[in-house]
Write a protein that binds this ligand. Sequence first.
Ligand SMILES: [Zn+2]
Length: 130
Amino acid sequence: MTENKKYNGWTNYATWRINLEMISDQKFHLDESYIDLCKKGDPYKLAGELEEFVLEYLLDQSGETLTYDYACAFVAEANFYEIAEHVIHDYELAHCGNCNDQLNYDTSYDGYCSKECANEDEVLLTHEKG
Ligand SMILES: [Zn+2]
């Protein structure tokens, strides 16, 4: 753990809590458009989408402008880039590196769903280099 991780391994309290309550639970993961961003592995783009998702949810939940304004001040404290990196990392751990199928940990092959996928990905990588 590095020194700038101040709250349970996260940048700060807001980052920890928003990730815990809004991102790492299933609410967020169900949306297909976010899965595309995970496949591309682009934390900058995903961070923006995550923040938008959180703000929209809070706007829906808050009846008053003042409530929403206060909530926004909290959200502004959060490091969404850090959250996005975690989301992408979790996605990569749970999906095949070649075909993006959900991995079954009992039968997965070093980050791939099958030996065939592992070999195929290796061929592609070698081909790009050569
Ligand atoms: Zn696969």
